[in-house]
Design a protein around this ligand. Structure first.
Ligand code: GLN
Length: 549
């Protein structure tokens, strides 16, 4: 029977609960246990697909085409597993299935209520996941204790421990311990209030993890233990660190792993951190440096490219290189085209995914500058589509466009996919998830992937218009990766450039610390060799990517 760790959050959001939940999983994995993770999002949306990433953070895409919360990405990277979309539970999904069953008459005669029907549905979903071959399920409840939306989930967690037995469920509460600037005192009152609120609902935390600038001092630790009714040895700190990948080690060193193993009565295996420490060292102590410009809109910048940022850093670490990222506003290139020259001071340029026309002409200018000045360029999804538009224009198709950007143009080199033409709904209707891509012999793509076929994840409505492929190819552009019996263009490369490469898919979703994504690896490697032409590239070989799901 599986063990369960429920992770709740107190005081405020954004304190890194996802990283802590993932770290707990990694601590158990280091001891040889099979771990999986679930994210509960108490909002009413069915999934994250219809949510604005510029407000809510990146929409992460799973192998099976789920549009999920970005914490699923954090779990995948920390635990090196692929999670299906059923691991992101939302209130929208829970209510939809209960109401659907009510309409079918499943509850005939009964009044359908939050307790027990909604809470049963929540518990069933978690129990179903525990039937996968796992030893421990980490369940992170999103939001902050005290939110109206999270109440049914906390109630379900309360019942869960009663149903499964105390030795099978551990409740972890993550809170913030702020410091008073003047005297540097660590204040525990917000934690006390948050735990009071949790206990009012009937959930007694076993473990408190305090987020704090510096390690918790002895006095506040004692206070938290006493007022929150938690053993002092079960109060841990998660202080500010330079890489999130330090977090599992930091918590394990304080005894969290030992605590969990004892509490769950699991075998006391010695943790093996050797590979993790090696990976961490490559992230913390790189020798080289590369500066990459991410060209987008300012509004897009913070959390909405988490996977892109991580993929660049994973690739950098594999090449013993610190990757400095700078966000460049492409609107500026539209207002003053000469400003695009700023890109010459970068070692590489990335144009990420995106939607809508604003800023897109600026992105096209950035791509053109990279192509004509041989600056290493990686385009992702929208960046790939704009790469095609840019190249078509350079061939003299002056009004080449994507129908998403300019419906009036008579040359839609990028157009809606046929199956998208009649789609009226917005949720879950894009081409989503992993599709198999076939890579051409002798291409740059093949030298990066070391494979003839790979599975990469998608999230798009538009694609290369097949009517323009021969014209684009005869101009020199090579479509080196295709899917769907060669109907869909997936990878483009420009052989006459050092690295002018773009993908219709989002390779960043499969990048892992210690096992970088080949296109991102290619960009950083090209950035390094451009910067130091004397560098030998023989040893800079990408890890063989996983060819199948
Ligand atoms: N807007 C483009 C499309 O829908 C690209 C999407 C993306 O970059 N994720 O096809």
């Amino acid at each position: 029977m599986a063990k369960f760790v429920f992770v709740t959050g107190g005081v405020m959001s954004g304190i890194g609960k996802g990283v802590i939940a993932a770290s707990i999983g990694r601590i158990l994995q280091a001891r040889g246990f099979r771990v999986t993770a679930v994210k509960i999002d108490p909002y009413l949306n069915y999934d994250a697909g219809t949510m604005n990433p510029y407000i809510h953070g990146e929409v992460f895409v799973t192998e099976d085409g789920g549009e999920t919360d970005m914490d699923i990405g954090t779990y995948e990277r920390f635990l090196d597993i692929n999670l299906p979309k059923s691991h992101n539970i939302t209130t929208g999904q829970v209510y939809s299935s209960v109401i659907e069953r009510e309409r079918k008459g499943d509850f005939l005669g009964k009044c359908v209520q939050i307790i027990p029907h909604i809470t049963d549905e929540i518990k069933d979903r978690i129990l179903n996941i525990s039937k996968e071959t796992v030893d421990v399920v980490i369940v992170e409840i999103g939001g902050t204790v005290g939110d109206i939306e999270s109440l049914p989930y906390l109630e379900a967690a309360r019942q869960f421990r009663l149903d499964q037995g105390i030795s099978n469920v551990v409740n972890v509460h993550v809170t913030l311990v702020p410091m008073l600037d003047v005297v540097g005192e660590q204040k525990t009152k917000p934690t006390q209030h948050s735990v009071q609120e949790l206990r009012r609902i009937g959930v007694q935390p076993d473990v408190i993890i305090a987020r704090s600038k510096i390690p918790l001092r002895s006095e506040p630790r004692k206070k938290i233990a006493l007022f929150c009714n938690v053993e002092e040895s079960a109060v841990f700190t998660s202080q500010d660190i330079s890489s999130i990948y330090e977090s599992p080690l930091l918590l394990d060193e304080q005894g969290l792993g030992t605590y969990l193993v004892n509490r769950f009565q699991l075998s006391k295996n010695t943790p093996d951190w050797s590979t993790w420490k090696k990976m961490l060292n490559s992230h913390l102590n790189p020798h080289g440096e590369a500066t990459i410009a991410i060209c987008g809109k300012y509004a897009e910048l913070a959390d909405c490219y988490v996977s892109v940022n991580d993929a660049l850093r994973d690739a950098g670490a594999a090449l013993d290189t610190k990757v400095d990222l700078e966000f460049i506003e492409t609107d500026d290139f539209e207002k003053d085209p000469a400003r695009v020259r700023v890109l010459s001071s970068f070692d590489g340029v990335l144009v990420p995914g995106g939607f809508g026309s604003r800023g897109s002409e600026g992105k096209i200018k950035a791509i053109e500058y990279c192509r004509t000045h041989d600056i290493p360029f990686l385009g992702i999804c929208f960046g790939f589509q704009l790469g095609v538009v840019e190249y078509a224009r350079s061939l003299g198709i002056e009004d080449a466009a994507s129908s998403e950007l300019n419906p009036q143009s008579s040359n839609h080199v990028i157009d809606l996919m046929p199956e998208q033409n009649n789609v009226l709904e917005k949720g879950g209707t894009m081409r989503l998830g992993a599709h198999e891509i076939f890579i051409e012999e002798g291409s740059l793509a093949q030298s990066l992937y070391h494979n003839q076929s790979v599975w990469e994840r998608h999230r798009h409505r538009y694609e290369v218009n097949p009517n323009y492929i021969s014209q684009l190819s005869s101009g020199g552009l090579r479509f080196s990766g295709k899917s769907d019996s060669n109907r869909r263009m997936e990878i483009l490369e420009m052989p006459r450039n050092k690295f002018h490469f773009a993908t219709q898919f989002h390779a960043e979703f499969k990048s892992r610390p210690g096992r970088p994504s080949p296109p991102y690896f290619g960009l950083i490697r090209a950035a390094l060799t451009t910067k130091n032409p004397e560098i030998t590239t023989e040893h800079l070989v990408a890890h063989k990517s996983r060819g199948s799901r």
